[in-house]
Structure formats: C-alpha cells, structure tokens
Design a protein around this ligand. Sequence first.
Ligand code: AMP
Ligand code: ZN
Length: 485
Amino acid sequence: MQNIQLYNTLSRKKEIFEPLHAPHVGLYVCGPTVYSDVHLGNCRTFISFDLIYRYLMYAGYKVRYVRNITDAGHLEGDRDEGDDKFAKRAKLEQLEPMEIVQKYTLGFRDVMRMFNTLPPSIEPTATGHIAEQIEMVKEILANGFAYEVDGTVYFDVEKYNKDHNYTLLTNRNLEEMLANTRELSGQDDKRGRLDFALWIKAKPETLMQWPSPWGWGFPGWHIECSAMSSKYLGQTFDIHGGGMDLAATHHTNEIAQSEACNHVQPAKYWMHTNMLTVNGTRMSKSAGNGFLPGELFTGDHPLLNKGYSPMTVKFFMLQAHYRSTLDFSNEALDASEKGFRRLMSAMNLLPKLHAGETSDFDVQGLKLRFEQAMNDDFNSPVAIAELFEAVRWINSIYDKKAQISEQDLLELRTFLPVFVYDILGLQDEMSQSGDFQEVMDLLINIRQAAKENKDYVTSDKIRIGLTEIGIQLKDSKEGTTWTKI
Ligand code: AMP
Ligand code: ZN
C-alpha cells in the first residue's frame, strides 16, 4: 500500500491518508448541475478527481466513488433567491424540466467519456432521493436545528453555532460573515441572516414539486449531497470533494446539516480543486467566459487560435497541480500539444526497443519518483516531469545512444503504460480508431504510386503534410512505415 499524503481543507494541512475502513474508501464528489452544458472549468474539477480516484485504486484501495447529478433545487442565487435554474431553462428551450435534465446529463457523460474519465461507481440524482432528503429535514427539525415558516424549512445557523463551529471548513469569522450578509427585510421569513433553506415551499407555477410534511415544495440545494453521501457511503466517510468555490457555502452547509442530523462529521478529509481561469478570472457560466469543451475541440471560439484534442486539453490540466489555479491560454495549450505528442511517440517506441548489456538509467528510481510525486498530494506535474525523463531515455535507447538491460526494459514496459494510461488516464488518440491505419496505408500507397510516376510534387506534399501534423514517414527496403513525432 502506498503512503499517501493529502491536503485536508479541514485541518488546512497535508495529512497521511488513513481510510476509516481500509482497503475500502468512500469518495463523494459534488457533480454537475445539469441545466446547461458543462464548461471547461467544471471539467477540470472532474478530471482532477478522476486522477485521484485512479491513483487510489492503483495504491490498492477499493474505492466507492459517488458523484451526484444535481437535477432539482438549485436556485440562481446562493441565498435561496432567484428563479429555479431548471424551470428557467425549460421555459427558454420549451422543454419539460426533465427533458432538460436528460439532455444535459447525456451531454455531460459524453464530455466525460471524451476526456477518458472513469464513470463513478454510483451517480445518484437529487430527484431520485426526495424521500431521503425529507427524512433528513425531519430529523434536523426534531433535533431543534431548523424551523418551519409557512411551508419552508430553514436551518438555524446561529443556534447550531452555539455548540458547533459553523465555519469549521473555511475558518471564517462568523461576525464578519454576518456583517457582510444583507440585512433581513420585513419580507424575509428567515430568522437569521445566514440561515438557509432545507426545504422550499412551491408556488402554484413551480414545475418540479413534491409532497412533504410541510406541503408541496422542493429541496434546498445543499441537502441533496448530505442525504446521498450518507445513504451510499455512511454517516461518516473518507473523502468529500468538489471545486474550491463550493467550500464557503455548499460544503459548509453540508457539514452543518449532517452534524445536526447525525451528530457526526460527514467526512474525514475534505479536498478542493482550484479554478480554471481565463485571463485571471474564474471560468464560470455566469461570467460568460466559459468555454464549452466542443468549442475547444473544434477551435470555434474567438479566444482560440485553433482546435485542441481532448487529450491535449486533459494533459494541459494534468500538468498543473489540482490545488493551483490554471490559466487558460493558446500558448500553454500549444506547449501541451507538443509535450503530449512527444510522450505518445515514446510510448509507441517502447515495444520497438532492444535490450542491451546494462542500463544507463535508473528505471526503479524513476518508478519510485513517479509514485513519490503522486503520494505527495497527487502532484501530477512533478509525476509528468518524471515521465519526460523516461521519454528522453527511450529516445536515446531507440537512437542507440544509450542502452537498457533486459530486466529494466521489461520493468519499463510494465509500469510506464500503467502510469500513462491507467493513472493519468491518457489515450493515444491517433491509434484509437482502426480506420486510422487504413487511412495511413492509403496515403502511403498514393505516395508510392506518385513516386513511381516521378510526381514528386504529390509525394512531397503527402510527406510534408504528414510531418506538419506530427507523423513521420520512414522509407526502408521493406517498405514505408510511420511514427508519431
Ligand atoms: P456546477 O455544475 O456549477 O455545480 O459545478 C460543478 C463543479 O465544477 C463544482 O465542483 C464546481 O466547484 C466546479 N467548478 C465550477 N467552475 C469551475 C472552474 N472555473 N474551475 C474549476 N472547477 C470549477
Ligand atoms: Zn454537493
């Protein structure tokens, strides 16, 4: 078992990862709100947790990974105000709310597949767990931490904070928070400014509503994650994750609700991913700077010089640590595209290497350093730097400028694909399709025929054109072969 250290937002430091019931690990990540397409910022968070999920499995843990789908109860404002996002979108697109949910859930899964992320073990939906949410609200009411006003149930933050620490996760000062929150007006039903809704009374025109002990209504946003995480992972489980923007409100409220209901902390470790930014501003739907993955792949966006493949984009993200911000730029993506190609070319050379007498480089050391980087709070940029060390050696061995022993070559061929494909979750896009080899054969045959006809303009056009897209042709007595550069 690897000795993993992870940064726990709760303690604000790195801790040795000790699961509650090893080798089993419970991992809960807040999933997408499926009222519109996910943008690339959302994808960064899910790609980061995919890496964490994959590495925990590599480290020998049996992980139950729960990532929810928010398909109800998310109002536009964070403070239980504004329109319901699903109802608004349904009206706009002239669809049923559940058609909106289906459309954007399928779209989200397509994008996750394109990025080669593993599906979670369970993908529960808020609308599928209304009964569990109602039960939890009942329990919180019974424990005296909530109150009902005319069909809406609010969580009583000040009461809770008397014998608990409401701002445990972010360590903020409650007095300051109160000072920065809008004063209640005569129209507010809440008693305290920081109180939040557990259950919201429906208006007659509300499209998605369910019966409850407090009349027809719908759940507040935060309660779904408390209900679903405890249902599938237990009242206390190992890791709860999400984007950093969720810590101050959504996760803070989740902790309060779960404590008020079950009298225990919901998660032992809280992990938060940092934001993808554009020119320093957080990418978000509301800021209007949210690239859709499709726009990035085609290049059809005013900020893009060209399109980038899903693996280039994923590699770009993995080259930053999940707790650092990552700023989007064409230059950075260009560099990632080159780097990714170099890595894939070396991976393709791996089966073609020949063993020599001894090894000029320390294969075991490289493996250890990769693992050390990943054990240090999943430090993928350092781990990738180690892979580039391997790339340099593979190229030198292939060019006969260095050598590797039989045993080390076997070792390298065993762990390198595991690191690249299983842990980082990268894919060689060019060899993904069986059609690709057929297309290459066709081009090689046309070039051969052109050469035989002394039509060097055509044959050069094919060779140079392929080089420009990263494919090198090699002519030999046996015929022409191709490699990626
Ligand atoms: P949402 O669909 O808005 O609920 O967001 C889904 C996930 O994406 C949440 O975990 C957010 O914290 C995360 N997220 C939103 N914006 C960004 C961003 N710019 N960079 C990274 N993660 C983000
Ligand atoms: Zn959540």
